[in-house]
Design a protein around this ligand. Structure first.
Ligand SMILES: [Zn+2]
Length: 381
């Protein structure tokens, strides 16, 4: 099944293992960045590392067997999915003891990992959903209008409308004042068509909320149409499309995705640029993993800016939940720190729990030169 909506995530979040351990499995299968060989090897290594870890947990035999059962299922389904799917990521959720199994194809490559816990680990899914703003593509012809919903790389027709607008006056057919009168008559119909289209767009936006509105308009009527739009929708109008109302959905989708990628890239570049400027003037910003974690431990971080899938092992104080890169003992309570598979991910979770924001940056970017991670700070203590 493809990851398409928040309700899928909520269903996984609600799953109750009643104290048992369950397995969440993520694999980056983005063939744009990885070869098939690399993906297969990553799957193999991930599974063998996870088996070792499951056995080392020291859980009751039934629990360990359940986890090993999960991993056997992942091995089977993983190999199958690699052969048949072109998705950029795979996620499996398993509780073999209770015969629960859920597989998802992801539109974006996650960090590859296996997590054993009493709940399913779903944060990467939420991060992927966040990456894709729901978009409404509105295509307007002289008589028709069509609305498409584009989410998670897929397109769906939302609605269509047809108005009664007469054809243009044929050249040489009428002359003088009567031709002008007919033109005015046609214009009135056209304006009416735009008004209906704008109203329907507003109604649809309430039923199917979208982040961005892209508009493709025949005969360069865009400037005539847009004033009819509700101010709320004008703010969300992010792009004009070349696509036309009669185009096949696949063609519309392709252009929407290209425009979306450009807009996202521009947003990310702006974020990194702001961070770099703040760093250079010695303002409220931090960069590099060590300093960013230090600032986070001091409760200074407002917004974390991190290269997508950047990952590093680290340590955590079991009492204070304070993050470290290497400290074997917590300098505050002197307790032995525990290893965490990915300290970046722990940092992301901490920021989100405290109500901060996290911006994921697609590499390569200027952030690479700053240690692939940084933060905007609330203050400096
Ligand atoms: Zn401590």
């Amino acid at each position: 099944m493809k990851l398409q909506s928040r309700s899928q995530i909520e269903a996984l979040a609600k799953f109750k293992a009643q104290g048992d351990l369950v397995t969440s499995f993520y694999l980056d299968t983005d063939k744009g960045r990885l070869t098939k060989k690399e993906i297969q090897l990553a799957l193999k290594n991930l599974l063998s590392e996870a088996r070792t870890r499951a056995c080392a947990l020291g859980a009751a035999k039934g629990r360990t067997d359940s986890l090993l059962g999960d991993l056997a299922l992942v091995a089977d389904h993983g190999a199958q999915a690699l052969a048949s799917s072109n998705a950029a990521g795979l996620a499996f959720f398993s509780h073999s003891q209770k015969q629960f199994w859920h597989a998802l194809e992801l539109p974006h490559g996650p960090r590859s990992r296996v997590v054993f816990d009493t709940n399913f680990y779903i944060r990467p899914l939420a991060a992927i959903l966040e990456k894709y703003s729901p978009i409404c593509a509105l295509l307007i012809g002289r008589r028709e209008a069509r609305w498409y919903d584009v989410a998670m790389n897929e397109i769906r027709l939302l609605d269509e409308l047809e108005s009664d607008v007469p054809s243009r006056v044929r050249e040489g057919g009428f002359e003088g004042t009567s031709a002008k009168r007919i033109e005015r008559h046609i214009d009135a119909h056209l304006q009416d068509h735009f008004k209906r289209t704008a109203q329907r767009t507003f109604d649809l936006s309430k039923k199917h909320p979208f982040e961005w509105l892209f508009i493709g308009c025949e005969d360069n009527h865009g400037p005539d149409f847009e004033p009819h739009l509700h101010a709320y929708l004008r703010d969300r109008t992010k792009a004009r499309l070349k696509a036309r109302v009669g185009d096949a959905p696949a063609k519309v989708l392709q252009e929407v995705l290209e425009v979306e990628a450009k807009l996202k890239k521009a947003e990310e570049e702006e974020t990194v640029q702001k961070l770099v400027a703040e760093l250079e003037r010695g303002g409220l910003a931090a960069s590099g993993l060590r300093d960013t974690i230090h600032r986070l431990n001091q409760f200074e971080v407002q917004t974390l800016v991190v290269t997508h899938n950047f990952s590093k092992p680290g340590r955590i104080c079991p009492t204070h939940r304070i993050l470290y890169l290497t400290e074997p003992k917590c300098p505050i309570c002197d307790k032995k720190t525990e290893i965490v598979q990915d300290v970046v991910d722990e940092a992301i979770e901490t920021v989100l729990k405290r109500g901060g924001t996290v911006r994921h940056i697609t590499p390569p970017s200027k952030l690479d030169r700053y240690g692939e991670i940084g933060a905007f700070l609330k203050y400096r203590s």
